[in-house]
Design a protein around this ligand. Structure first.
Ligand SMILES: CN1CCC[C@H](Cn2ccc3ccc(-c4n[nH]c(N)c4C#N)cc32)C1
Length: 238
């Protein structure tokens, strides 16, 4: 899968993608990320990308020309790609949408604005407008990284043999169970006995109960379409 990112801060993207699962997926050739600086698609000597808003108001708005020039440059190879604009006005990004992007797109262009936003006419050249959540960020780059990270995790082989995104919370429809590692006793805070028992059936049941308990407490909205067994466990918790 190929990601092409349009931004005025390429370093934000370039720094993050070197690390962790994403860095390994890049080294394996499972994913490719190319970052384009929108200033390289300007036509003035000052590489200007913003201007005052028509109609007045605070702040600056990003001009359409650098976005248009960059998109036309990418489209010159005539390869199919999904163009995604990151914006607070977009549809909510969820695990389900990450799965859809992974399944349907061989290449994605992630378009990152800054300032007060971008000229509305850019939307005529994009396929999707996506928001990662109901809070205001300073630009689209963090959102682009969230999308890249969550989509790459779903690519077969990206997590390595021992791990799988299938086990990720949100994929299962509820939150994750608690995790513990050494030491067994930290200042009197002990690891739950069941995790030391070696009884895998008991451990699995304990983890399921804890996951459902966490979900009931923090994200009851996720508790839909539970299996009869999970519903039985949930009822015991209520
Ligand atoms: C005061 N203004 C308000 C509107 C947004 C301005 C900053 N900005 C400029 C471009 C841009 C792109 C995405 C996001 C963003 N914020 N929250 C999310 N979930 C996003 C996503 N995806 C934010 C952005 C600041």
């Amino acid at each position: 899968m190929k990601f092409e990112v349009l931004t005025i801060f390429p370093e934000i993207i370039e720094c993050y993608i070197k690390h962790g699962v994403l860095g390994k997926a890049l080294n394996k050739g499972i994913v490719e990320v190319k970052v384009y600086n929108l200033r390289d698609f300007t036509s003035d000597k000052h590489k200007k990308v913003d201007d005052y808003p028509y109609g007045g108001g605070a702040g600056m708005v990003m001009q359409i020309e650098p976005f248009y020039n960059a998109i036309m440059h990418l489209k010159a190879d005539e390869k199919p790609r999904k163009l995604v604009l990151l914006s607070p006005q977009g549809r909510k990004f969820t695990q389900k949408l990450a799965q859809k992007f992974m399944e349907e797109s061989k290449a994605m262009v992630l378009i990152c604005g800054r300032y007060e936003g971008i000229d509305e006419r850019v939307k005529a050249f994009v396929d999707e407008e996506v928001s990662i959540g109901d809070y205001v960020l300073s630009g689209g780059e963090l959102a682009a990284l969230v999308i890249i990270d969550s989509v790459v995790r779903l690519i077969p082989g990206a997590l390595g043999d021992e791990l799988s995104a299938v086990e990720d919370s949100f994929m299962k429809g509820f939150l994750d169970y608690p995790h513990y590692t050494r030491p067994e006793d930290f200042k009197g805070m002990k690891v739950p006995e069941v995790l030391l028992s070696g009884d895998h059936k008991k451990i699995a049941l304990w983890r399921k109960r804890q996951a459902l308990k966490n979900t009931l407490k923090n994200r009851p909205d996720l508790l839909k379409n539970l299996s009869p067994e999970d519903m039985r466990i949930l009822k015991e918790l209520c």
